[in-house]
Design a binder for this molecule. Structure first.
Ligand code: NDP
Ligand code: 8X3
Length: 257
């Protein structure tokens, strides 16, 4: 953990779920945080809490990762000390809708592709060159078990997470020898706002996802992300799949009762 003191950690999608838990875990370990999401009021509330609890320095800005010009503007207006990003956590992402492919909603597809794939690329294209220039850094991408397997009605979401897996592998090859590490953390079911977003605010349907089973918590994922970030210089975790004990694959979930 000593390693994280004085480091700058940049997290996209820190207003909720896994991103917010990772922000808290890195703050507890002594890092400074640069956190982004569309809901800035949530970021500011999180920042105030972490500063009060751990004395954390936090930079917040509203950012929609789908908007390329906005990504460039927000990162280029970062004050110099915040540009020394040691760890980039590409976490912002979502599922939208749950339909058979031939009945799918094109706007849902576009939102997922624009956020999970193009948004991750825009942010990476902006930040990674700074890391390469300094000869150090670590990109941690939040993938998914849905990047390894496909499930009915998961079609486009699964495709975006398969793309994230390919991008993590490609980044690792392209960054070889630069001093910049790349890791992918790929969770199974985690109880966050993810399902509420997927089902467009339908709480009952969202709750069914975790019905009679114990999902992962966002803190479980934050622990794994921190593990990746704190390995010795010569150790690089390429990919970790993290599943709830009650989930064997995207299609196999054990539910009590
Ligand atoms: P949440 O819905 O709780 O959090 C998603 C975060 O992404 C929010 O902070 C949201 O912020 C942000 N976000 C969404 N769209 C955008 C955008 N266009 N620009 C910037 N930020 C955005 O879900 P999770 O914490 O579960 O999701 C985090 C990541 O984990 C995602 O990549 C998801 O695919 C992945 N994942 C989730 C799993 C799960 O079961 N929950 C399992 C495997 C992977 P805001 O709305 O304020 O912009
Ligand atoms: C989220 C996990 O199984 O709902 O990536 O697709 S799953």
């Amino acid at each position: 953990m000593e390693k994280l003191k004085h480091s700058v950690v940049c997290i996209t999608g820190a207003s909720s779920g896994i991103g917010a838990s990772c922000a808290a875990a890195f703050a507890a370990a002594g890092a400074s945080l640069c956190i982004f999401a569309r809901r800035k009021e949530r970021l500011d509330a999180l920042a105030a809490r972490l500063t009060a609890q751990f004395g954390t320095r936090v930079y917040t800005a509203a950012l929609d990762v789908r908007d390329r010009a906005q990504v460039e503007r927000v990162f280029s207006s970062l004050p110099d000390e915040w540009r020394q990003i040691d760890i980039l956590l590409n976490n912002a992402g979502l599922a939208s809708g749950f339909h058979k492919l031939h009945e799918g909603v094109v706007e849902d597809w576009e939102e997922m592709i624009d956020t999970n794939v193009k948004g991750l690329l825009y942010v990476s294209r902006t930040v990674i060159p700074w890391m390469v220039k300094r000869g150090s850094g670590h990109v941690i991408n939040i993938g998914s078990i849905a990047g390894h397997q496909v499930y009915p009605n998961g079609n486009v979401y699964c495709a975006t997470k398969h793309a994230v897996k390919a991008l993590s592998e490609g980044m690792k090859m392209d960054l070889l020898g630069t001093g910049v590490k790349v890791s992918s953390v790929d969770p199974g079911l985690v109880e966050t706002e993810f399902s509420l977003v997927r089902f467009h605010g339908d709480r009952q349907r969202a709750d069914q996802t975790y019905h009679h089973m114990k999902p992962l918590t966002p803190d479980d994922i934050a622990e794994v992300v921190l593990f990746c970030a704190t390995r010795p210089a010569h150790v690089e975790i390429a990919d970790i799949v993290v599943m709830p004990a009650a989930q064997a694959s995207v299609n196999h979930v054990h539910r009590d009762a």
